[in-house]
Design a protein around this ligand. Sequence first.
Ligand code: 13P
Length: 334
Amino acid sequence: MSEVLKGIIKDMVVPGKGILAADESVGTAGKRLASIGVENTEEMRRQYRNMILTAPDFGKYISGVILFEETLAHKADSGTLFPDVLKKVGTVPGIKVDQGLQEVNEKKEQVTKGLEGLGERLEKYKKTGARFTKWRAVYTISESTPSDEIIKQNAADLAKYAKSVQEHGMVPIVEPEVLIDGTHSIDQCEKATSKVLKAVFDALKKENVKLEYTILKPSMVISGKEAENGAGVKEVAQRTIKVLKATVPKELPSINFLSGGQTPEEATAHLNEMHKLGELPWYVSFSYARALQEPALKAWKGKKENLAAAQKAFIQRARLNGLATQGKYSEDME
Ligand code: 13P
């Protein structure tokens, strides 16, 4: 089993490349399509995925794609199933396996659903070619959150999920997302993120999850979106790396950030800045959804005649993020 997991990590953790999150649920895909005035039908969701996943040079910058269940069974315009389209360009197909969020307390905190029946779903997904998985837990920042109760439960669930995924011969992406929404300071975010990550790695250890075959998808340490005087690029990079160094063991091969509501330019600049801080103990890259797809979505507008321009916009963003993984991006490339 270890040889299988090692091979998956080798294919996913590649210098200059990162992971694309294209696992928007039907509801979230609907929001993205609504932003360009397109109706949320199954066919339009397929066309949206076709636009992104068949962009020329896709495999040059993207080593893995997190898909949503429906996309595993969809075909590109060429007639090829999407997981096979990815394999052909050397990109590893993966799948979101959590089943969304559920509110659990009076503070409106949420836990993630999906442990029930996970083993059977994993076997099914494996047959379609998926080789890695993702599970997302979320945390809000306020006077009273994230609560110790939520930090503990999400950590335990992430660890159970990761254990099960490895037992089924796939690599788990563990995604604890401290949300950017709110007026909180970067100090509050640093404190919350440290607590969350510490609990996650304690739980992974307790479940004997093999860290060398696990990928972490964290949020950055950043000021709340509505905060006054938000921290600058350097500070975000420094604080993020400081927290990660204090909480993430060196055996973990790769950290791939989510974008979480940052603009595409911010997400690229933050990642780039982290690579200017000297050598890092893990590969540090991206696993963005919005920050990679937004420019392409805007250029596409659901129209066939815009396909080439939209794919060009996607690849431009992917290329800049690829450069950021090496600290070689600069603002004037925008
Ligand atoms: P964003 O990069 O848009 O935050 O999405 C990443 C993701 O996969 C959320 O689960």
